[in-house]
Design a protein around this ligand. Structure first.
Ligand code: SF4
Length: 243
């Protein structure tokens, strides 16, 4: 059954709908003939579902969206104050990033990324969420212009994160060791709810299928996936392969 997302839904309702739609879709994909090399599809299909849900509630064609109560995020290409946080990811999202990088990035850029990932993973592995932001480690996927180098397949929780006020992001960056600034950033709740719900549904379906579902540190997980291509097959076989 297709889930309908409505502009009149609250962020909590949107989150719950995205959660159950993503879980049902992932259950179906896992029940079908999904090959090992298609594992990243579990993520890309969830991203597609969540983006469709967002498009159905976001007033893209309306000239002044604020007049109908839509809170317009201040996020712009090249603004990357937030790309210094600990990102939770499901493992199919990690495989989607790895596949994208291996297919689209030139070899030299991939090698440079591997080095940056290794350094960032070692620095961040033992940090909790607050200590991670305090360390202010830039995501190794950022390019020279401060844009996400894997934007098309960026994780769901990167998509969830948004801010209504760039000045609040600057303050949080300046006070990275004071978590209250980061927590105080106001966001578009509908956008956050849909992406966060889709993440939750995907994760729950993977857990129910007995698969290692997620990793608390995007940088560390991507470092592992790019270092050992056999992890995908082992993961699909039900092994807890990510440290
Ligand atoms: S994956 Fe992309 S959007 Fe997410 S933190 Fe890294 S650079 Fe930012």
């Amino acid at each position: 059954m297709t889930t309908t997302f409505s502009r009149s839904d609250t962020p909590t309702t949107l989150r719950a709908k995205a959660w159950s739609a993503a879980r049902a879709q992932t259950d179906e994909l896992l029940d079908g003939e999904l090959g090992v090399d298609d594992s990243s599809r579990l993520a890309t299909e969830t991203i597609r579902l969540a983006e469709r849900a967002l498009a159905s509630v976001a007033p893209r064609a309306i000239e002044k969206p604020e007049t109908i109560g839509w809170q317009v995020p201040a996020c712009k290409a090249g603004c990357h104050y937030c790309c210094r946080q600990q990102i939770h990811v499901t493992l199919p999202e990690v495989f989607a990033l790895a596949d994208h990088i291996q297919a689209c990035w030139p070899e030299g850029r991939q090698q440079a990324l591997r080095k940056k990932l290794r350094v960032a993973a070692e620095k961040s592995r033992s940090l909790d969420r607050d200590a991670y932001f305090a360390a202010y480690i830039p995501c190794p996927l950022l390019d020279g212009e401060g844009k996400c180098g894997a934007y098309a397949v960026r994780p769901l929780l990167c998509r969830a994160y948004n801010s209504l006020d760039v000045e609040a992001c600057k303050l949080a960056a300046k006070n990275a060791h004071k978590p209250a600034y980061l927590r105080g950033i106001r966001a578009n709740g509908a956008m956050h709810g849909i992406m966060d719900g889709a993440f939750g549904g995907l994760k729950e379906s993977l857990l129910n299928a007995g698969l290692q579902a997620f990793h608390p540190n995007l940088v560390d997980a991507l470092d592992q996936a790019l270092s050992d291509p056999s992890l995908k097959e082992q993961w699909r076989g039900g092994r807890q392969v990510f440290r």
